[in-house]
Design a protein around this ligand. Structure first.
Ligand code: GDP
Length: 678
């Protein structure tokens, strides 16, 4: 029996059980580890607290708990207990530990120990939650029920009142709760990603109260064992990494779909590397189990060869045989997703204001701009002001994935949002703001920033700037995507590169593969801030364009030692230095003051980064650079300042230039001496 199975039987979390095992001196690396029969007996005894029959337990699953006596249980408080029939405990008032222990025929300290295993620390006279009592009761064969027409359970009344909500907002920090997992399907084409998603969506609709058709809003939420799971609707690692390249790291768990009759294919391997680069948990779904040619063992063998050892072979990769056609194994897959989510301990604070990412956006006739938001933290409400990339709006209406209007959307929930002033970019982040004004002003300053960024190429990793980035502490790892013509070359280069020793830089091969450089490779490089290195391969047209757009460096080699030497040089900083500009901040001219003697002063607001008195500066008007030079003075209020930070006002005079105009942007930069590559 595995730890998670025993945890389920004992009604405690796998994590708590692992802790307990450790305390008992039982070694177990993770929730997938199997326990010996005698260990199971030991645990059952310790947790279940049934000293009367220590040996009797192991063989029997908890489904048929043996009742101590079939006779009516002793009822210490007649008005609370309905004795006869099938051990039903009707709750009429608070559930007190001591009394409840009697009902369960346990000693109070046994019950207290059990509660502790559930992370509940209750004294003998403490009251316990109805739901907790239900769980514990179930384990002991006692059904705990609320008295009909009884007042709501006394301990924690969950629906938060509005007044309380406000109060809690203040105390919100640290008030994190478990949130549902966000799941993406990855894998080789035609292995069944879409079919699995469809199967899950359809079966959840059939179960649903409305029986309607789910809306395609980019993601949807289903319930399994009363717990929600969010699935992103666009399967495949290209979409997954494209979102990540835009900064939206949404996925918690990647389900790697492998057709059992086809096994691991090139894109399966690629998908694994994309998932690993994103550091998300991986669960394997071996699909098409209904086909006679399906061979799960062969798939597991292939996985193991790639270093992903299946849990039933002693590793920690959960493999679930499934069929999107027959539905076989699907419940198990969903259960494993929830288990993995438990292990990840995903948390969010539903009481704070919302933030998250745009997963889809468009202009809809009659509705204006709409976007699907995936809330990562907090709760989004109708009426909230939001800034979203460089657009903003006030949430007029929210619609969930079932097509229902809702008033709020909590952590991990996907919702379609109406009320934005323009269509945001997919992948951009949204944040709920205190007021429309704030949202609007942030959006406007971002528009300006975007305009500026369009003027200069995006700064990504390159061998040239590797060392300057290190000195800023921004990058200590050289991330590489390596593509070569044949497998042998990939392995040889990999081995040579791994042999480079550098104190300052470590090498991380984000992806290695055979074949030309594709757009997907560029996406991954963008998301991982990697350089793409090709050996005896070329970059496909789309890849070249994508690299140019996103500023990814591609280096092509045909001589292996050249490749090796250049990377080694870059990593060991043995190159001639070069000088490069680095933008450190921007300010906007808000007002121009004329001083009689000393010309004009620009009253500015630093909109991002910082302004320093020693920095170089260029003045931008619309898209044109109208002046480039250095600062004559930088003042905050009346005093000279060495540095003024984002959000602060300052007065600036430039050397040999005073033709500032309101709305001009000052861009500050420093000049770095950096190691060269070539
Ligand atoms: P995707 O490219 O990974 O999204 O794959 P699809 O979901 O489009 O499926 C590719 C093909 O495999 C389709 O013809 C599906 O009908 C078929 N397929 C998907 N799942 C199963 C399955 O469990 N059993 C069988 N027999 N066929 C499947």
């Amino acid at each position: 029996m595995r730890i998670f199975e025993l945890a389920k039987e004992l009604n405690i979390s796998s994590k708590d059980l692992l802790a307990k095992l450790r305390a008992m001196g039982i070694e177990a690396p993770n929730h997938m580890s199997a326990l010996a029969d005698e260990q199971i007996a030991q645990v059952r005894e310790a947790v279940g607290g049934k000293p009367a029959k220590p040996e009797a337990a192991p063989e029997k699953p908890a489904a048929a708990p043996e009742q101590p006596e079939p006779a009516p249980p002793a009822t210490p408080e007649p008005e609370k207990v309905e004795p006869p029939a099938e051990n039903v405990y009707i709750v009429k008032g608070p559930i007190i530990v001591k009394e409840f222990a009697d009902v369960l025929k346990l000693k109070p300290n046994q019950l207290i120990a059990e509660l502790m295993m559930m992370n509940i620390f209750a004294a003998i006279n403490a009251t316990i939650d109805f739901k907790v009592a239900q769980k514990v009761g179930e384990k002991h064969g006692v059904k705990v029920e609320q008295e009909k027409a009884a007042p709501p359970p006394p301990p924690p009344p969950p629906p938060p009142s509005k007044k309380k909500e406000k109060k809690e907002e203040e105390e919100a920090k640290g008030g994190e709760e478990l949130r549902p997992p966000v799941v993406t399907f990855l894998g080789h084409v035609d292995h069944g990603k879409t079919s699995l998603l469809d199967y899950i969506r359809k079966s959840s609709v059939v179960d649903g109260e409305d029986g309607g058709i789910t809306q395609h809003i980019g993601a949807y939420m289903v319930e399994h064992m009363d717990r929600p799971i969010t699935f992103l609707d666009t399967p495949g690692h290209a979409a997954f990494t494209a979102m990540r390249a835009r900064g939206a790291n949404l996925t918690d768990i990647a389900v790697l779909v492998i057709a059992g009759d086809d096994g691991v294919m090139p894109q399966t391997r690629e998908a694994i590397q994309h998932a690993q680069a994103a550091e998300v948990a991986i669960i394997v779904a071996i699909n098409k189990s209904d086909l006679p040619g399906s061979n799960p063992d062969r798939v597991k063998q292939q996985l193991q060869e790639m270093g992903l050892t299946p849990e039933d072979w002693g590793g920690d990769i959960i493999c679930c045989p499934v069929s999107a056609h027959t539905g076989q194994g699907m419940d198990h897959l969903l259960e494993m997703i929830l288990l993995q989510a438990d292990m990840l301990e995903l948390k969010a604070n539903p009481r704070q204001s919302a933030r998250g990412f745009v997963i889809e956006a468009r202009l809809e006739p009659g509705m204006g701009p709409t976007a699907t938001f995936l809330v990562s933290d907090g709760t989004l409400k109708v009426g909230d002001a939001v800034v979203c990339g460089s657009t903003w709006g006030r949430v007029k209406a929210l619609m969930n994935d079932k097509g229902h209007k809702v008033r709020t959307a909590g952590p991990a929930a996907p919702v379609k949002v109406m009320g934005l002033t323009s269509v945001p970019d997919a992948g951009s982040e949204f944040i709920a703001c205190a007021s429309d004004r704030e949202a609007r002003s942030i959006a406007e300053s971002r528009q300006e920033q975007n305009r500026m960024e369009n003027l200069t190429a995006p700064q990504r990793a390159s061998l040239d700037n590797l060392f300057s980035q290190i000195s800023e502490n921004a990058q200590q790892t050289l991330n590489l995507v390596l593509k070569a013509d044949v497998k042998g070359s990939v392995e040889a280069i990999e081995q040579m590169l791994q042999g480079i020793k550098s104190d300052k830089v470590s090498l991380n091969l984000v992806l290695t593969g055979v074949g030309n450089i594709t757009e997907n490779d560029i996406l991954l490089a963008t998301a991982s801030n990697a350089i793409v290195v090709g050996f005896h391969v070329s970059a496909e047209g789309g890849a070249k364009a994508a690299a140019k757009r996103s500023g990814v460096e591609i280096r092509l080699y045909s001589v292996i030692y050249e490749l090796f030497d250049q990377i080694k040089e870059a990593m060991t900083g043995m190159l001639e230095p070069e000088f490069k500009q680095r933008v450190i901040g921007r300010a906007e001219v808000r007002q121009v003051f004329s001083l009689s003697k000393r010309g004009k002063v620009a009253g500015c607001m630093v909109t991002d980064g910082r302004a320093t008195s020693r920095a170089k500066v260029r003045v931008l008007r619309k898209n044109d650079v109208v002046f480039e030079g250095s600062l004559a003075s930088l003042k905050r209020f009346q005093n000279d300042a060495a540095e003024v930070r984002e959000g602060q006002d300052c007065g600036i005079r430039l050397d040999n230039f005073s033709d500032y105009q309101e709305g001009d942007t000052l861009e500050f930069y420093e000049i770095d001496k950096i190691a060269q590559a070539l």
